[in-house]
Design a protein around this ligand. Structure first.
Ligand code: SMG
Ligand code: MG
Length: 371
C-alpha cells in the first residue's frame, strides 16, 4: 500500500460568466481550493474543496478550509499507508469541516482509482452513463430579466429549472416562470434557509405551481419546522443544508422533514458518504438528486459519476461548465446534449486537467510534505 508524501494546496480564481445571486449573497467569481495528493509510488490525484469564499452557505469558507487541512487534517494522514476508504475514519476526530475533509478524500480516491485504472463510476457501481441536467437560476433585479435568463436555459435544452427564491421574490417570479415554460417543464425552487416557521402558510401558496420540490426553505437546524411544512404542503420538501451525514438524512426522513434529499458530496464529507446517503434514501423510498456548488470540471466530473447511481431519480444541478465559466480547467468540460450530461470515461474521477488553463487561473500554490 502507498503512503501519502505530499499535499499541494492550490488556490484558483475563476470568474463567473454572469453573477449568481441567492438568498445569502451574490457570487461573481469562484475562489476555489484544489488539493493534489501525491504518493510514494508517484501516483497523484486531485480533489476540489467546494467551500465558498465566505461562510454564508454553511459554516465553512475557503481560507478556513485551507488552514484546517494544513494544521489539523494533513497531520492525521501521515505515517501509515493511506487508502481512500480510511480517510474519513482518520479525520473523524476533527469535528466538522466536511468540505475540507471531502477535498482530501477526493484527491486520495482519484489517485487510487487512477493507479487501479478504474473509474469513479465503476467504483461506485453506477450503471447509467448519462443523466438529465438541471440548471439553477439566481435571483434577478426584475422578473423580465429572470424570464429572459430562463428562456435561454430552456433553449439550451435543460431538462429541469431550479429558481432561487427568498421572501419578496417567490410567488410572482415562480408564477411567471411557470407560465413561460408550461406545465410540463420540471420546475423547483431553493430558498437556502431564507424563511422561518412563521412562513409555512405563505410557502404553501407555492403548491399551485406544480413544483417538483421546495429546497431548504427553513434554517438547517429546523427539522421540526420542515416536518410541519411537509405535512401542510403538497409540494415535496427537499433538504440540502440540513443533511450533513447519513445519520442526519435518516433522522430527517424518519421525522417527515425530508421527502426528497439533495446530495452534495462536499457537504457530507465526501463521495463515499454521499454513496451511503444514496443507499439509505433508496432503502426508504426517498428520491435523491445531486446538488452543485459551482464546481470546476474536477468536481462536476465526479458529480456526474455519482448521479449515475440508480436512486438519483431527479435531475441534478449538473449544468454545463459554460453555465458558470468561460474557461474550465479540464480538457473536456461537461456539456449538455439533448438535456443530458454524459459521464466522463477517464480513469479516476474522470477529468483530465488542462494544465495551461489551470496555470492561468492559479493565484497560489503551496506544497506541504506529509509529516
Ligand atoms: O453548481 O449548479 C451549481 C449551483 C447549484 O444552486 C446551486 N447551489 O444551495 O443548492 C444550493 C446552491 C449552493 C451554492 S450557491 C453559491
Ligand atoms: Mg440548495
Amino acid at each position: 500500500m502507498t503512503h501519502l508524501v505530499e499535499l499541494e494546496l492550490r488556490r484558483i480564481d475563476l470568474p463567473l460568466v454572469t453573477p449568481f445571486r441567492t438568498s445569502f449573497g451574490t457570487e461573481t467569481e469562484r475562489d476555489v481550493l484544489l488539493v493534489r495528493a501525491g504518493f510514494d509510488d508517484g501516483s497523484e490525484g486531485w480533489g476540489e474543496c467546494v467551500a465558498l469564499r465566505d461562510p454564508v452557505y454553511s459554516a465553512e469558507f475557503v481560507d478556513g478550509a485551507e488552514l484546517v487541512i494544513e494544521h489539523h487534517l494533513l497531520p492525521r494522514l501521515a505515517g501509515a499507508p493511506l487508502a481512500a476508504a480510511d480517510v474519513a475514519h482518520r479525520l473523524a476526530p476533527v469535528k466538522g469541516h466536511p468540505m475540507a475533509k471531502a477535498a482530501i478524500e477526493m484527491a486520495v480516491l482519484d489517485a487510487e482509482l487512477r493507479r487501479l485504472g478504474t473509474t469513479l463510476h465503476a467504483h461506485l457501481g453506477a450503471e447509467r452513463r448519462e443523466v438529465p441536467s438541471g440548471v439553477s437560476v439566481g435571483i434577478f433585479e426584475s422578473v423580465d430579466l429572470l424570464l429572459a435568463a430562463v428562456q435561454g436555459y430552456v433553449d439550451d435544452g435543460y431538462a429541469r429549472i431550479k429558481l432561487k427564491i427568498e421572501p419578496g421574490w417567490d410567488l410572482e417570479p415562480v408564477r411567471r416562470v411557470r407560465e413561460l415554460v408550461g406545465d410540463q417543464m420540471p420546475l423547483q425552487v431553493d430558498a437556502n434557509t431564507a424563511y422561518t416557521r412563521t412562513d409555512i402558510e405563505h410557502l404553501c401558496r407555492l403548491d399551485e405551481f406544480g413544483l417538483l420540490l421546495v429546497e431548504q426553505p427553513l434554517p438547517e437546524d429546523d427539522l421540526l419546522g420542515h416536518a410541519r411544512l411537509a405535512a401542510a404542503s403538497s409540494t415535496p420538501v427537499c433538504l440540502d443544508e440540513s443533511i450533513v451525514s447519513t445519520a442526519t438524512a435518516v433522522d430527517a426522513i424518519e421525522l417527515g422533514a425530508a421527502e426528497v434529499v439533495n446530495i452534495k458530496p462536499g457537504r457530507v464529507g465526501g463521495y463515499l458518504e454521499a454513496r451511503r446517503i444514496h443507499d439509505a434514501c433508496r432503502d426508504r423510498g426517498i428520491p435523491v438528486w445531486c446538488g452543485g456548488m459551482l464546481e470546476t470540471g474536477i468536481g462536476r466530473a465526479a458529480n456526474v459519476a455519482l448521479a449515475c447511481l440508480p436512486g438519483f431519480t431527479l435531475p441534478g444541478d449538473i449544468s454545463a461548465s459554460s453555465r458558470f465559466y468561460a474557461h474550465d480547467i479540464v480538457t473536456d468540460p461537461i456539456r449538455v446534449v439533448d438535456g443530458h450530461v454524459a459521464v466522463p470515461a477517464g480513469a479516476g474521477l474522470g477529468y483530465e486537467l488542462d494544465l495551461a488553463a489551470l496555470h492561468a487561473v492559479t493565484r497560489s500554490s503551496r506544497i506541504l510534505s506529509a509529516p
